[in-house]
Design a protein around this ligand. Structure first.
Ligand code: AMP
Length: 475
């Protein structure tokens, strides 16, 4: 069904055309009609599926149809709750883009910046408020924002709100809204807590679900390097320069780690910016704008900072550290390969991260191809791999692994079987495993003997000195 057939009004169809959308995404196909009909909706979908338009378009349609004279000081009629400032800003930008011909106004409310312009915007009159729960509660408690005109409530990324400790705020906010409202709740996952929240805020909802949580795994080419922790900086520089990574997000587990990686790249002459919760709002927005520019720096991000970012055309995701929780990996690689585009994700797995990799492969139900084109690493000083005790950023989900003792080299024989194989006759490098042969085959000179010996890396932990490989891969 096309957008027009769904019954969206002409001004929205014009905006959709302006955005270049030709076909509704599955979540849009399933949701728009119900929201237009005024139904409550429970949407199980994650960022990247087009869910913002799935709720913003029909909401704008409903508002547009009902609005007469839009006087100054009018009451907000739509409230969208979002877990992060970045996502709130993106949602407001989407309302602005889709509503460009409607005359409707929106504002965004979030913490970490002065509250006065936000309070003023609401006082001056807006139709749509997009807010993070904490700052909204602040403004409500001061009597600066009143929500007695809200007709439609959207709770976006509910599971993440829960992880970030916002659920009490949400319940308080909801308790102040009219019970006559329409409510839409979106969540990537549906644990018991979220089901309970949904039951208490939704009335007879339509349930729509798209793309199982590991769907990104099908569209994103994934591969892993087994590497010692101390060699990760060298490997990162290598993959960024040798694999044609044009717009890359590098994920680290900690804020400290993100800063360190960004500094190390800068030292090597690679422009990089770190984005995490300790950065000011302005710095984060600036990094984001730079990243969207024609010459993007490498963006080094923590999970909490990056999740929900709406960035198109990310060519590569690098998991510099593997996440403790397998679902987080899926969210990370979902930054690339969005809206059907091909994406690539490469992970660095050190000896302490093997259990994380196993969990990820179990969740995805497939093995990860192993890359072997290691650069030459600096000689070991024996100290760098000691491993700093770093805390994950606040708000990162789930429990940490209890790291198990490990052996050097791949965890088991199956890893070996997924390693790159060298065809003596053709001199081609062919990876086996989940990445398609066409995608990973590169015509190259027959591999250097030292490179061959690296494939069968000894289990002693000592790597033979070897020359950098000259071949390139699809990365
Ligand atoms: P979201 O899941 O809302 O974060 O959207 C992910 C991306 O998909 C955004 O960059 C949207 O601009 C884009 N998008 C949303 N709907 C469509 C559509 N029907 N066709 C193409 N792109 C879309």
């Amino acid at each position: 069904m096309s957008f027009a057939e769904m019954g969206l009004n002409a001004s929205l169809l014009k905006a959709i055309e302006h955005e270049g959308y030709t076909t509704p995404t599955p979540i849009q196909q399933q949701s728009i009609g119900h929201v237009l009909a005024g139904k409550d909706l429970l949407g199980i979908a994650q960022t990247g599926t087009g869910k913002t338009a799935a709720f913003a378009l029909p909401i704008l349609d409903r508002l547009g149809a009902a609005v007469g004279k839009r006087e100054r000081g009018r009451k907000a009629r739509v409230l969208v709750l979002s877990p992060t400032r970045e996502l709130a800003t993106q949602i407001a930008a989407s309302f602005s883009a889709y509503g460009r011909h409607t005359g409707l106004r929106q504002t965004v409310i979030y913490g970490g910046v002065s509250q006065h312009p936000q309070a003023r915007a609401v006082r001056d009159g807006v139709d749509i408020v997009v807010a993070t729960p904490g700052r909204l509660m602040d403004l409500m408690n001061q009597g600066l924002v009143k929500l007695d005109g809200i007709e439609i409530l959207v709770i976006d990324e509910a599971d993440r709100m829960f992880d970030m400790g916002f659920i009490r705020d949400i319940r308080k906010i909801v308790s102040q809204l009219s019970t006559q409202r329409q409510t839409l709740l979106f969540s990537a996952t549906m644990p018991a807590d979220i089901r309970e929240l949904a039951n208490s805020v939704l009335k007879d909802p339509v349930r729509v679900q798209v793309a199982a949580k590991n769907a990104a795994a099908d569209t994103v080419e994934q591969a892993v390097y087994f590497v010692e922790k101390r060699n990760k900086p060298t490997l990162l520089k290598h993959v960024i320069t040798e694999h044609g990574m044009s717009r890359v997000i590098v994920f680290t587990r900690t804020k400290h780690g993100a800063d360190k990686v960004a500094r190390s790249l800068a030292k090597a002459g690679i422009r990089a910016e770190a984005i995490h919760g300790n950065k000011s709002q302005n710095a984060r927005q600036r990094s984001l704008a730079n990243f969207k520019s024609q010459k993007p720096p490498v963006l080094v991000a923590t999970d909490v900072a990056a999740r929900g970012l709406d960035i198109d055309e990310v060519s590569h995701v690098v998991n510099y550290d593997l996440p403790d929780v397998a679902e987080t990996y899926v969210h990370r690689i979902g930054r690339t390969g969005r809206a059907g585009a091909a994406g690539k994700a490469v992970s660095f797995c050190d000896r302490d991260e093997r259990a994380c990799l196993r969990d990820i492969e179990k969740l995805l139900g497939k093995k990860t191809a192993i890359l072997e084109d290691h650069p030459e690493y600096p000689k070991s000083t024996g100290s760098a791999d000691a491993g700093e005790a770093e805390r994950p950023e606040r708000g990162a989900r789930g429990k940490r692994h209890v790291r198990k003792p490990h052996a050097e080299g791949p965890a088991d024989g199956r890893h070996r079987s997924r390693r790159r194989k060298f065809s003596k006759s053709s001199g081609e490098v062919v990876a086996s495993g989940s990445v398609s042969r066409e995608a990973v085959t590169a015509k190259v000179p027959a591999p250097h003997a030292a490179a061959k010996s690296a494939v069968a890396r000894p289990k002693t932990g000592k790597k033979p000195a070897k020359k950098p490989n000259s071949y390139t891969t699809m990365w």
